[in-house]
Ligand binder design. Structure first.
Ligand SMILES: Cc1cc2nc3c(=O)[nH]c(=O)nc-3n(C[C@H](O)[C@H](O)[C@H](O)COP(=O)(O)OP(=O)(O)OC[C@H]3O[C@@H](n4cnc5c(N)ncnc54)[C@H](O)[C@@H]3O)c2cc1C
Length: 538
């Protein structure tokens, strides 16, 4: 077994701030080197911003945490420069099967169409995800040092000074203070920053326990997500099986509320449960066992002056639907370009309020889906259970019942249709999937895939028409992607962006979300859309 989580990947060192006579002043300090904090640092660095990352630990996280990483996360990782590593190591899957008692009642394919660079999902241990982030940090720093990750630097106090925040940092060599214009709190669900600032974190706690066992075994189960309701090996409860790399399998067994957690974690209790599920002949070894309870909650606001919360510190969901780390990476995608534009003086500070608007909308969508899944999986009353079981019975033979089966609606990219940074939709016959506010759908091109050509900055994509190039609008360089789409060339691109229209022009944000689209180029309309996307028209 890979023991990457035992190695200090960002070991403690004494930084200049610790011996300076006055507190060092930094533009951005990120608290927490989890998937969200490291992703944020990389994205900001790619925008040319220097970042200090403080983490109370010096290793990647261990134990049974995230395993399912969604297509949108892989696309963001591509933009951040570590997508290939994830996909090369991860176990790819598109197919899920649902069992009720001993019967398979339903199966679903999450990627029902071709023409995407990335699969619907990969399964990969969270420690690998974090390892690749650390390696990407090292790669960026080997060209120009931009990201200073300080292990064993625990933020123990935070004070708001209006224009900046002062952070007290506790290290093996004692305390020091640093100042930051912007603090991004990515310090996880238990966020000490949130507590130190006396901020809320409200929502619902689910009264249920889940045994999560990561086991190494040689097994010939297919690479699919299998979910059981009320199986014979865990009567009255649910179970989930997922394959991970290195011959490791994730098994989730619902236990109910009133259990002795310590006793349930012991091998003499766990092994018989697993044998009942896998059969006596399957040889396995326990890699990690834990018991989790789940909560769905969020902060009322993610932005508090110059302190901004992202990832689990801002919102938390149950794992059903794999929306934790996946939504945290969408926070990264959304916040980094906005903060970089504000720091560079290219956008007003109020642009950051749209992070609250868009990502609170994302968090609510995730909490709603995750809560519904959890309610379906763990019915809270006898009548809910009767309804749930009836849906499962019907779904075996009746199509209409299948959409009601909810074993975890898996993370989908969030869209910002109708939100404040979204501009006009002026393409008659343009497809709904590429309307303003949507994340750009991927499409195969003659030389690769569309998304690899977008992101980082603003892009004007012209399809079967033209626009001046290059252009500077509102002080920003707008890249021009000139595309042709006909029935012979880039056909899928045409289907996904033209629909029944003959030509179109799309303005696309640095996070690959569509701002506006038109049938004809009009300089004033494009300028207005860029201003809207930068929060200048509110
Ligand atoms: C059983 C389980 C299964 C899951 N499955 C999935 C899944 O399949 N897909 C998915 O997307 N998500 C899943 N998740 C959720 C996922 O693990 C989290 O959403 C993700 O880790 C959040 O990342 P983060 O960076 O916001 O926080 P964290 O990963 O918690 O990182 C926070 C970091 O902040 C540091 N820190 C804390 N306090 C301080 C301080 N005072 N000073 C400095 N540093 C500090 C911590 O050391 C840590 O490194 C699962 C979670 C669990 C528990």
């Amino acid at each position: 077994m890979n023991k990457i989580f035992e190695t200090p990947l960002y070991p403690y060192y004494q930084s200049v701030d610790q011996t300076a006579s006055a507190p060092g002043h930094h533009s951005v300090v990120v608290i927490g080197a989890g998937p969200v904090g490291l992703g944020m640092a990389i994205d900001l660095a790619q925008h040319g911003i220097d970042v200090v990352v403080l983490d109370d630990n010096d290793k990647v996280s261990f134990g049974s945490r995230a395993i399912c990483f969604a297509k949108r996360t892989l696309e963001i990782a591509d933009r951040l420069g570590f997508g290939d590593k994830l996909v090369d190591k991860g176990v790819q899957w598109n197919l899920g099967k649902v069992f009720f008692d001993e019967r398979k009642v339903y199966e679903f394919n999450l990627l029902a169409e071709d023409g995407h660079a990335r699969p619907a999902f990969i399964n990969l241990q969270q420690y690998y995800f974090e390892q690749y982030l650390v390696e990407r940090v090292q790669e960026i720093n080997s060209e120009t040092p931009k990201i200073d990750v300080r292990g064993k630097n625990r933020v123990s106090a935070i004070k708001d000074h209006g224009a900046y925040s002062a952070l007290t940092v506790t290290t093996p060599d004692g305390e020091y203070t640093i100042h930051a214009d912007w603090v991004i709190a990515c310090d996880g669900a238990g966020s000490p920053t949130r507590s130190m600032m006396g901020l809320d974190f409200v929502g619902r706690v689910f009264e249920d326990n889940f045994l999560i066992a990561d086991v190494t075994m040689e097994a010939d189960f297919p690479t699919e997500r299998w979910f059981w309701f009320d199986p014979p090996f865990n009567r009255g409860q649910s179970a989930l099986l997922h394959k991970q790399p290195d011959g490791v399998w994730r098994i989730d067994l619902q236990l109910g509320w009133d259990v002795d957690k310590e006793a349930e974690k012991q091998p003499d209790r766990v092994i018989p449960r697993l044998k009942a599920m896998l059969g006596d002949d399957v040889k396995f070894e326990l890699e990690w066992v834990s018991i989790y309870t789940f909560q769905c909650r969020r902060m009322e606001k993610f932005r508090h002056g110059n302190v901004i919360f992202a990832g689990d510190s801002a919102h938390q969901v149950s794992p059903f639907g794999a929306r934790g780390a996946n939504s945290g990476l969408q926070d990264v995608d959304n916040l980094s370009w906005k903060l970089a534009h504000v720091i560079k003086g290219l956008a007003p500070d109020t642009l950051l309020n749209s992070y609250d608007d868009e990502r609170i909308h994302g968090a609510d969508e995730n909490i709603m889906n995750s809560t519904r899944s959890t309610d379906f999986i763990t019915p809270k009353s006898d009548i809910s259970r009767v309804f749930r079981n009836a849906v499962l019975d019907l779904s075996e033979h009746h199509d209409f019942a299948r959409p009601l089966v909810n074993s975890g609606r898996l993370s989908m990219p969030c869209n910002y249709v109708g939100h404040s940074l979204t501009g006009e939709d002026a393409v008659a016959g343009g497809p709904a999937r590429s309307q303003p506010g949507m994340p750009c759908p991927d499409a195969p091109l003659e030389d690769g895939y569309l998304l690899s050509k977008l992101g980082g900055g603003f892009t004007l994509m012209t399809l079967n028409t033209d626009a001046p190039s290059p252009q500077e609008i509102e002080g920003i360089e707008i890249a021009h992607l000139e595309m042709r789409a006909t029935s012979d060339t880039n056909k899928t691109l045409g289907e996904r962006f033209l629909g029944t229209a003959e030509r179109a022009i799309y303005l696309i944000r640095p996070d690959q979300h569509i701002v506006a689209r038109w049938s004809e180029y009009d300089a004033a309309s494009v300028q207005m859309a860029v201003a809207t996307a930068l929060g200048k028209t509110q």
